[in-house]
Design a protein around this ligand. Structure first.
Ligand code: ADP
Length: 490
């Protein structure tokens, strides 16, 4: 059950809501209580002032031996309310008169009360009150407690302190009632909100459920289908768009793979067919001269070589795609490697009377995979010679431009038509299929440039066709000087 996002959302929501409500109710309860106490304090001040007015009036009216006591008693009787206690104390803190000793007939308390005066709490307040002109305090006798206010006054030339104590019982009762209401209101509110939250979560997650069942139906057979987007701008719209983007990429990659397989099998079919045909012919004819056998074997050997090359290239690209072609970088001099490659290609060039020239370069130390860089250079040289007519010219140069080496291989070949230039690095792409398949040119399968570009990129460099027109083409390979750090494994 907890595995459902709906349930988890609802639980989280209800939990957070419960916490917020409880905290808010707690704060409200505290504020109410504070305000009730403040109102009680105001009431006490008013009572105190009106008591003193009455007392002064009585003092003027009274005659006799103990005028102050009689007037104070009169004032107490006049002001005696339920749950309110008047105490008059001398400067020394001795209580002269208190309403608790003379309970008023009409002011019987509802609940039996503990006597306030003898309590420790009151005695402490009394002691403190004679020290100051005005003082508020709390007297903890019963559970609800009392609020007390003390005010100093003078009469007949002497100083007294009037203390009025009022029970907080009614306020406490009111707060308890509010607490009881909170006690059932909070769970009810949380319950209702949880129901609403669950409903909302269900409603807002419904498109996700629909999307996931739609996505579940999409497979290799119907990879063209896409998720329906209800609102492009909301989060689910984003999710659907991202998912559709993923499907697009997958679909493209599937298409590429399919094309790759089709091209690969097509490329492999030709040499295999030649091998089979040639061997069948050789085996079917009984009496053949050794020259004829030799010729057949040469053809078969040539095709077997071609087959090996294609299979090796395919294997390289597949491993490169899977990121399983670890580079083996080492320190070497790029200028020396270029010179070596030019030397190796000399025989090929001589066969076509092509002038092959390396313009030389200063010392160019590099940290890279030597065999891969060699393969790239040989591919480029091989192409340059292959696509340059007899008596043409191939020029190789190597120079340092800032933080990278640039190796340029320029030929005076046929050039590449502008519309085909962007595609020459694609796998199995050949600008002129008939020519590339001819027996003399080595039978390229259209993988050489794809592999060469991968080699450059694996070293965090790049391979570009920098010039191609009717006078020839120039391929430029850029390799970082600091290839040791930039070379990536695969
Ligand atoms: P291939 O094995 O056919 O040479 P590549 O991947 O090496 O395959 O080259 C792809 C295509 O790019 C070639 O078929 C050719 O048409 C074109 N190409 C490559 N290098 C040159 C060049 N130096 N001059 C003209 N065309 C070239």
């Amino acid at each position: 059950m907890l595995d459902s996002i709906r349930t988890r959302l609802t639980l989280w929501y209800s939990g957070v809501l419960a916490l917020v409500i409880v905290v808010l109710c707690g704060v409200a309860y505290f504020i109410f209580w504070r305000s009730a106490v403040r109102r009680t304090d105001l009431n006490l001040v008013e009572l105190s002032n009106s008591f003193l007015v009455t007392l002064r009036a009585e003092l003027e009216d009274q005659t006799g031996p103990d005028v102050f006591r009689t007037a104070a008693q009169e004032a107490i009787d006049e002001h005696h309310f339920r749950d309110t206690l008047y105490v008059i104390a001398e400067e020394t803190g001795r209580v002269i008169l208190s309403s608790q000793e003379t309970p008023s007939s009409n002011a019987q308390p509802k609940h039996p009360r503990k006597p306030v005066l003898p309590s420790n709490s009151f005695q402490k307040f009394l002691a403190a009150s004679v020290q100051s002109d005005r003082l508020f305090g709390h007297i903890a006798v019963t559970e609800a407690g009392y609020r007390a206010f003390a005010q100093r006054f003078s009469a007949k030339g002497r100083s007294y302190t009037l203390i009025i104590v009022q029970s907080l019982h009614p306020q406490k009762e009111m707060m308890e009632e509010a607490g009881a209401v909170f006690a059932w209101l909070i769970p009810l509110a949380i319950l209702l909100a949880s129901g609403g939250g669950y409903f909302l979560a269900r409603k807002s997650l419904a498109p996700v459920v629909a999307m996931s069942s739609q996505a579940g139906r999409i497979g290799a057979a119907n990879l063209h289908e896409r998720l329906a987007i209800q609102n492009e701008k909301d989060e689910l719209g984003h999710l659907a768009r991202s998912f559709n983007g993923l499907l697009n990429r997958l679909s493209e990659s599937f298409d590429r793979q399919r094309r790759f397989m089709a091209d690969a099998s097509h490329e492999l079919r030709t040499p295999v067919a030649i091998l089979r045909g040639e061997s069948e012919v050789a085996l079917s004819q009984q009496a053949r001269s050794p020259e004829e056998y030799r010729e057949s074997l040469e053809v078969m050997h040539h095709e077997a070589e071609r087959l090996t090359r294609i299979v090796e290239d395919l294997f390289t690209l597949t491993r490169a795609d899977a990121g399983q072609y670890p580079l083996q970088p080492c320190e070497f001099y790029l200028d020396e490697l270029v010179a070596e490659c030019v030397h190796s290609a000399r025989t090929l060039a001589q066969a076509k009377k092509i002038s092959l020239r390396f313009e030389g370069a200063p010392e160019s130390p590099i940290h890279a995979d030597e065999s891969l860089v060699r393969r790239m250079l040989l591919n480029l040289l091989d192409n340059a010679i292959k696509y340059t007519p007899d008596f043409g010219r191939v020029t190789v140069s190597c120079q340092r431009n800032g933080k990278e080496y640039a190796v340029d291989i320029a030929d005076t070949g046929c050039g590449i038509p502008a519309e085909l230039r962007p595609r020459i690095f694609e796998r199995f792409f050949r600008a002129d299929k008939a020519r590339s398949h001819s027996e003399n040119d080595g039978g390229g399968a259209g993988l050489g440039l794809a592999i060469s570009r991968w080699i450059a990129e694996a070293h965090h460099g790049r391979l570009e066709l920098t010039r191609s027109d009717s006078t020839g083409s120039t391929f430029s390979a850029y390799l970082p000087v600091d290839s040791a750090h930039s070379a990536s494994p695969g």
